[in-house]
Design a protein around this ligand. Sequence first.
Ligand code: OAD
Length: 250
Amino acid sequence: MSQETLEFSPVLLKKLRSSQTITILTGAGMSAESGIPTFRGSQDSLWENYRPQDLATPQAFRNNPKLVWEWYAWRRQKVEQAGPNAGHYALVELAQKVPGLTIVTQNVDSLHQLAGSQNVIELHGNIRHYKCFDQSHVIDVLPETDEVPPRCPLCGSYIRPAVVWFGEKLPEANLLAAYDASVAADLFFVIGTASMVEPAASLARIALEHGADVVFVNPDPDAMSGPPEFQLQGGVTTILPALIKAAWPK
Ligand code: OAD
């Protein structure tokens, strides 16, 4: 791809048009241009400024539930103020052009779904949802109380965000569905992820081993690998709409 003119490799465009099954792994970079901070990769990144072990582990919640609750409340507020960006909408358009498209996301912000994407597998939960700490009771409506965090009306344990923390298992059905979608892919996109966290980071390799071509979209060249024509350097709002326009000119 040439950066100045946003010209894409004819091989990539042909592959895009002929693929039956496209699987797309997204990470925090997908929502960066919606105003949601990433975890790594810039000075404003969350893990540049906070320690994951203090905020995103079951132990952290046990040690200081109020701190963890309030940090997630701050992040949830950012998510609620954000909306999908042109990259999210480009993926909705892409789904209308290919027979099968699955998005596997590490993001907890629902922005793919809010853009209108149908087939979205959430690997790390959803920051807009809650469950209780001890028994994972689903909490649809937070109880009205001054207590921080509030407590589960069923078992009395603290309520927590329904996200996956470090040291916790990913939801098994979602992980299996993500493996299946990776195995089935003709074309696999890795968009806006540093690929530092397992098991999501291994999905591209699984897709590659099962015959997919793997395309990266990222402003950081160090986050990409493979054939240069499949490394699309730039932000999602620039690259994704241009890519679809190039593959399906009106
Ligand atoms: P990271 O924050 O680790 O990586 C974000 C990636 O997005 C980096 O490679 C950036 O270069 C890239 N990026 C930044 N702006 C972009 C843009 N406009 N367009 C495209 N790419 C852009 O995020 P993840 O890889 O998603 O897990 O992080 C994985 C997991 O680590 C998260 O789900 C979270 C975190 O700790 C848990 O909390 C369990």
